[in-house]
Design a protein around this ligand. Sequence first.
Ligand code: PRP
Length: 208
Amino acid sequence: MRKMINVALPKGRLGEKVYDMFEKAGFECPSIKENNRKLIFENAEKGVRYFWVKPSDVAIYVERGAADIGVAGKDILLEYKPDVYELLDLKMGKCNMAVAAKKGFVDDRSKTLTVATKFTNIAKADYSSIGRDIDIIHLNGSIELAPILGLSDVIVDIVETGSTLKENNLEVVEKFVDISARLIANKSSFKFKCNEIEEVRSKLTNQI
Ligand code: PRP
């Protein structure tokens, strides 16, 4: 018998595009488009149950097995290194992880560099790879404010269109990782629901 697959989708614009991809791949669940406060949607016939999850929490649901598979940004996978399988690059939600600063900023290497970011681990790894001493300031959003208000010298953040930087008179110093949405799987689900998960992977591959 076909086993039900629990799918954690990232709530928001990217998640809607991801759902459309699942729908085109044959895993539709029409009720998901009718109600925007409900968080769980199921199509028993197709063997799928979707959850809308905060994007940065998808990997946790999948790692802990509350969801069998999910879609998470490579930024989250690099930052939190969850113990999951990364099955497929969906080639959507493309952006870059970048260092940015006020226009004309020049790094004075005789001083500790202050870096504001949501991505503490990614920033530490990037600067330690070049042997640069930094002081991390962890923020949860509106990172672009930090260099403007003198809270930090630079930021490490996601740049998609570049308009947030531009509108705040900041510029990219260096782009250092390509980011996109990835299909991930819980390790034991991948064993016990192997056929079902492989079917999802193969049908999604045909949609890319
Ligand atoms: C993200 C990111 C940048 C912005 C980049 O913020 O942190 O601020 O998008 O996109 P752009 O290059 O197309 O302007 P998000 O919208 O997630 O909000 P946040 O301030 O809560 O981080």
